[in-house]
Design a protein around this ligand. Structure first.
Ligand SMILES: [Zn+2]
Length: 332
């Protein structure tokens, strides 16, 4: 049994309180290798932003849960070494069972998500409450994120054909019965790099897809019913067309890529939305740089020579998100 405090991590409670009050959102970036983690920490130290490091089911399978936990501990030390220790949360993304949440909590995670959004309402309440009761009764309070409504798209092992918007009529009851610290909602964001079908979008004359806007009316209704309560948006990558173009220029094929425009996320971050999950954009940035190096320098075979530029681009992307989209820069 290791408490996250021994690792130098923090839970989300204080960070979310400040973020809701200050009208910004904390970045939640996924990681499953060293270069991603370095980029996240470098960007967040440089922009003085708190950060939530997210571990998904796919990341645990790929890199091993223990490995990732020690990497997060390393990240805490790394931020100190860079001269500006920022608040760092280690968060389980899309936990799917009580046992998994318990195992993460016992090995040093400071926050977990229990995703019962695919279950019937009462089962979602019961499962979420069970995780909350365990997490909150630890010596050091572990925060819990629940979810109501279903996001479309594919993210590692989480996949749904269609989205179901969160029903504002359920949120008060859910929060009251479960005791969650934050609530992920579905208002039109989606997992992956093809967030909408082409037929849901309009096209510019260059063929670029313009997505339908987020359902801010649902968000406002939820905020009315839960004043000041921390709200979370998953699937909030913007899928920058510049990266898609580089990838396709160097042999990739990513047809019909479309994300959430950054100005909509900026607007959401100013509301009760205080955690915004971004993963696909980082994947695109890294892939773009790696393809570029492979194509321009066919004789290169030192992994540092392509993972290095990928890491640098990722850092640039995350610094931009903190500064220009989430508003978390300067808040650490
Ligand atoms: Zn998600």
């Amino acid at each position: 049994m290791t408490s996250y405090k021994e690792l130098g991590l923090v839970n989300t409670v204080e960070l979310f309180r400040k973020a809701v009050k200050g009208g910004y959102a904390i970045p939640a970036y996924n990681f499953n290798n060293m270069e991603q983690l370095q980029a996240i920490i470098q960007a967040c130290v440089e922009t003085k932003s708190p950060v939530i490091l997210q571990v998904s089911a796919g990341a645990r399978k790929y890199a091993n849960q223990t490995m990732l936990r020690y990497m997060a501990q390393g990240a805490v030390e790394y931020s100190k070494e860079l001269g500006y220790p920022i608040p760092i949360v280690l968060h389980l993304d899309h936990g799917d069972s009580f046992e998994l949440c318990k195992s993460c909590i016992e090995t040093g995670f400071s926050s977990v998500m229990i995703d019962g959004s695919h279950l019937p309402y009462d089962e979602n309440v019961a499962l979420t409450k069970k995780v909350v009761d365990f997490a909150h009764s630890q010596k050091d309070y572990v925060s819990v994120e629940g979810e109501l409504g279903v996001l479309a798209g594919v993210e590692d092992d989480v996949a749904a054909e269609k989205s179901h918007y969160t029903q504002p009529s359920e949120v008060q009851d859910f929060v009251k019965k479960t005791g969650v610290d934050s609530l992920a909602i579905s208002i039109g964001t989606s997992h992956g790099r093809t967030k909408f079908k082409p037929e849901q979008c309009t096209r510019t004359k260059d063929g670029i897809l313009i997505p339908p806007p987020l359902r801010f009316d649902i968000l406002e209704e939820i905020e009315k019913r839960l004043p000041g309560f921390p709200i979370v948006l998953h699937g909030s990558s913007s899928v920058p067309i510049e990266y898609v173009k580089i990838i396709e220029q160097y042999g990739g094929k990513l047809s019909d890529s479309v994300g959430i425009p950054e100005e909509q996320l900026r607007k959401a971050a100013k509301s009760a939305v205080c955690k915004i999950n971004i993963d696909s954009d980082g994947r695109l940035a890294m892939t773009a740089m790696i393809r570029k190096v492979f194509s321009e320098k066919p004789d290169e075979f030192d992994p540092r020579k392509y993972l290095g530029p990928a890491r640098d681009e990722l850092k640039k992307l995350y610094a931009h998100k903190n500064q220009d989209v989430l508003g978390s820069a300067g808040q650490a």
